[in-house]
Design a protein around this ligand. Structure first.
Ligand code: ADP
Ligand code: MG
Length: 215
């Protein structure tokens, strides 16, 4: 399967659908340990990306990721806006001049997750989106180095993302608004970990569908 930005309209639609379907759940999570705006922040960004999806599909990956990053930066807002924007802007920068394959993507994604850590001054274990992004990056790096069917890699990526999301439930939040609650932040999944998991799983499902029935 040759993955080009021509997939972007389908990917943006799938992510929008996944976030919309789970919007009440994400809001309840952000209300429990944050201020409840995470889903509306994301939906503002996704609505703009929906209007840009055809233009995006005509770019190469570095330019497409850069444009997505700029849109996320201006349209999403909140802590998550600048962090997700950092992820995409860094992916755009790291991918410059490289052909995309699984190995390269895993390197680009890992470097972009490092940029998010730097921007958020945070790391895995602090009850944030990084508890999904970091294990997924590590898994991609590890599995890209061995030979395995792409379908297995994709299915396991979803499992790693779900485990990462679940891992945040009993964590103490030490970054973001949830950290103001101290011990009371325990017992709730982090909203940003949930949205990261949903985005990753939606993207992977589109890829899996094309693996089984090529366009
Ligand atoms: P805000 O907290 O400004 O209202 P959002 O509700 O859109 O922004 O996003 C909150 C999410 O952002 C959190 O659930 C968490 O996953 C993520 N987040 C917040 N601060 C950080 C940080 N310093 N590092 C990594 N992720 C963070
Ligand atoms: Mg919020």
């Amino acid at each position: 399967m040759l993955l080009t930005p021509s997939f972007l309209p389908e990917l943006i639609e799938a992510v929008t659908e996944a976030i919309t379907k789970n919007s009440d759940k994400i809001t309840l999570l952000d209300q429990a340990i944050g201020d409840g705006d995470h889903v509306t922040n994301l939906q503002r960004g996704l609505a703009t990306l929906m209007t840009q999806r055809v233009d995006l599909s005509q770019l190469d990956w570095p330019a497409a990721w850069q444009k997505i990053g700029m849109t996320v930066m201006t349209a999403v807002g909140g802590a998550s806006g600048s962090l997700y924007a950092t992820l995409f802007l860094a992916m755009g920068k790291m991918a410059l001049g490289k052909d995309m394959n699984v190995q390269r993507f895993s390197e680009v994604f890992t470097q972009a997750v490092e940029a998010v850590k730097h921007r958020g001054k945070s790391d895995v274990g602090e009850k944030t989106m990084l508890d999904v992004l970091v294990p997924v990056a590590e898994y991609l790096q590890k599995s890209a180095a061995v030979s395995m069917p792409l379908s297995t890699l994709l299915v396991q990526t979803k499992q790693v993302a779900i485990m990462g999301r679940e891992s945040t439930r009993d964590m103490l939040a030490t970054k973001g608004r949830a950290s103001f609650l101290g011990e009371r932040s325990k017992g709730h999944i982090d909203a940003g970990a949930m949205s990261s998991q949903l985005i990753i799983c939606a993207v992977v499902d589109v890829l899996l569908a094309h693996l089984t029935s090529p366009p």
